[in-house]
Design a protein around this ligand. Structure first.
Ligand code: GLU
Length: 287
């Protein structure tokens, strides 16, 4: 079996907040527990949603927490040519098509694209993926067997947007493979994105990593923390407070490791880490 390679892949839309820290710590611990390599990838492919300086601030916070990448950080903004190569391969196998359906064209179907509307209203064409595989299954390490009819339940996912930007689903699949990722550990908000990603891996003849989807931090209205106004940034001056809180969220039933510095605390945390004890529930921090 290939040596473990994991990653944390934040989008630089703001400072690192508690929800992303949970994913960062979970993926780091799982990599260290397996004596693997841990990478950081900045997913900066959506400039309209990004904030200037956010990627560097996220990297500074990770460093303050003692979470250091084992290899140079990869920035997706440098990877456009690789995404185009993948699109060309998919074109050759007739698994992508141009689509001018706008958001409002798809609104009656709750945004789901199962076929182009008769008179699409978009001016520029997006590229969508329609895989040959119809049903995709995988065993999530925490949530067990997941099966989805792709594309019937997900619809035809966008790989290149009408504004020309490459979409997350394409970039994540191309880069997980390019970086030799064997284990994806990330938030459960991406659980439903996993089957289209696996269908895309199959279409591109790329290996499928193992997946573990961590519980998502919700605000008091039940929304993912990063989407809410209460997404407080992590205080770089209080790394131990942040690390302990993230541990308690992941492992409410396992005593919190001790340590006077982030490095010491992380060493104890690797010893205490037990993937079988991870909590599965998406919930607010307080409960
Ligand atoms: N960039 C994504 C996010 O910040 C994570 C992607 C992934 O881990 O696959 O939500």
């Amino acid at each position: 079996m290939a040596a473990y390679r994991g990653r944390f892949a934040p989008s630089p839309t703001g400072p690192l907040h508690f929800g992303s820290l949970v994913a960062a710590l979970g993926s780091w611990l799982d990599a260290r527990y397996h004596q693997g390599t841990w990478l950081v990838r900045i997913e900066d492919i959506d400039p309209p949603r990004e904030r200037a300086g956010a990627a560097d601030a996220q990297l500074r916070t990770l460093a303050a927490l003692g979470l250091h990448a084992d290899e140079p950080v990869l920035r997706q903004s440098t990877r456009g040519a690789a995404y185009e190569v993948a699109l060309n391969a998919l074109r050759a196998s007739e698994q992508v098509f141009a689509c001018r359906c706008s958001r409002s064209d798809l609104a009656p179907n709750s945004g789901l694209h199962l076929a182009c509307v008769t008179r699409p209203s978009g001016t520029q064409a997006a590229l969508r993926f329609r895989p040959l595989a119809s049903v995709v299954s995988f065993a999530d390490r925490l949530h067990g067997k997941q099966t989805q009819a792709v594309p019937d339940t997900i619809g035809d996912v966008v790989l290149r947007r009408a504004d020309g930007l490459h979409a997350y689903q394409l970039a994540v699949v191309v880069d997980d493979a390019a970086q030799g990722i064997t284990d994806v550990v990330r938030g459960a908000d991406l659980l439903a994105s996993t089957t289209p990603q696996i269908a895309l891996q199959q279409a591109l003849h790329l290996p499928t990593p193992r997946y573990l989807h961590l519980p998502v931090v919700l605000d008091n209205q039940g929304r993912k923390l990063s989407k809410s106004l209460t997404a407080c940034p992590i205080d770089d001056q209080q790394p131990l407070t942040a690390l302990r809180a993230a541990w308690r969220f992941l492992f409410p039933d396992v005593s919190t490791p001790v340590g006077n510095t982030p490095t010491e605390w992380l060493r104890q945390a690797v010893d205490a880490y037990c993937p079988g004890a991870l909590d599965r529930r998406n919930r607010p921090v307080s409960s």
